[in-house]
Write a protein that binds this ligand. Sequence first.
Ligand SMILES: Cc1cc2nc3c(=O)[nH]c(=O)nc-3n(C[C@H](O)[C@H](O)[C@H](O)COP(=O)(O)OP(=O)(O)OC[C@H]3O[C@@H](n4cnc5c(N)ncnc54)[C@H](O)[C@@H]3O)c2cc1C
Length: 435
Amino acid sequence: MILPQYDGHCGWYEVLDKVSAFPPVQSNMRVDTVVIGGGFVGCAAARRLAENRPDERVLLIEALKIGQGASGRNSGFVIDQPHKRDLESSDNDLKRKLVTLNRQAIDYLEAQIERYDIDCQWSHAGKYQAAVGPRGEKYLRHYEQLLKGFGENYETLSQQRMQAIFGTDYYSAAIFTPGGTLMQPAALMRGLADNMPDNVQIAENTPVTEISRTDSGFVLRTEQACVKCRQLILGTNIFTAELGFMRDRILPVMTFASMTEPLSDAQMQRFGGELDWGITPADHAGTTLRMTQDRRIIVRNSYRYAHDYNTPQDLLPDLRRRHRVAFDARYPQLGDVDFEYTWGGASSLSGNFETYFGEIEQGIYLSCCDQSVGAARGTISGMMLADMACGKRTDMLRNMMEVSGAPSKLPPRPLLRIGVPMRMAMARYASRSEV
Ligand SMILES: Cc1cc2nc3c(=O)[nH]c(=O)nc-3n(C[C@H](O)[C@H](O)[C@H](O)COP(=O)(O)OP(=O)(O)OC[C@H]3O[C@@H](n4cnc5c(N)ncnc54)[C@H](O)[C@@H]3O)c2cc1C
């Protein structure tokens, strides 16, 4: 069984000032519901369960420390728009439901951030989508048509405006959508964990290695002890397959990021742009770029089929070089700015771009295959899994079920190990002008 490993490289996590500690499960225990996985799905599910049933005990079990998984490793966009493929659907009602659910997730996160004063660079900065040349511009025009057709607000940027915000003339076109937010993902995850309701207990550094069913519920095996529960929610992302669910449906894909050291005053002057913005690439195989509130630039690109689920450390120097090329192309004036961290993180995709959400077996609720936009999607999934587990039948839950589907069966793993890297290499080559 492959379990999550932490490699000590994730910049967002490593720059945190201090991190609280939640002890592992050390002796046998019984609770009402166990949530496995402390990412967006698991944290939202645990909180919502506790809110729905204040008299019951919830145990949130995380194999690592909360914030070390994908939810603390991403680029920090909490996106309100549907994923590109969903945006292409002609079903406007479905798209409206998706946007509404994503915005409900953003509101849920924001309510916690405000209530507990979570310091995570949360900002209503919106999102830029940018093209480098003709290939990207074509994607961008298509995106603009989709937004227009759907009646969503957006703004196109002049060259002058792009230069003023991004500090580079590298981009040929960009569109701004105002709805999404930005954040520091590891700081957000720690803040969510530190402020759980009293009836949620968190156990970190506690990988669950086995789930078995009993007459009255489930027994979970961990390194030191067993946990009994009535209900189970899995927020385990790609590792869900290792626990025996959705084995041939989850496509584990890894993407990589590098973070600079904070820019000095002199470097900021040479940079010449603004703080606190984020660009996603018009061509999905391009580069994501962020400037944080604390003057760090984050570069994300490159994909890998993550058959081994964790980041092979020997790949990182090459990925850092790729990030450097993308950085230098945008910021030749910042040749003296070093990358401080380079890391990878995994997402669960599906072959047909469908996301799973629901009760997979009696008493076991899970969501997966969020197509790498899990900050909003994972949060709303976790909330709604909790409602489903508590028997709450709301419009929000009905909408969630309507926008979810059945991930298709994937080819056998040996075929995937050949086919997926080949497709990725072809996409990388085709999109080389946009990186
Ligand atoms: C570099 C990068 C950039 C990204 N950028 C964005 C972005 O800007 N916006 C966005 O929306 N999405 C982004 N994503 C995707 C996003 O991070 C994921 O979709 C999201 O974090 C998934 O959340 P989750 O809760 O489902 O899973 P995870 O965050 O992966 O949480 C699952 C947790 O389960 C734990 N676990 C697994 N197995 C076990 C076990 N057996 N026992 C106990 N615990 C276990 C893991 O340790 C992990 O912490 C990005 C991803 C990467 C890698």
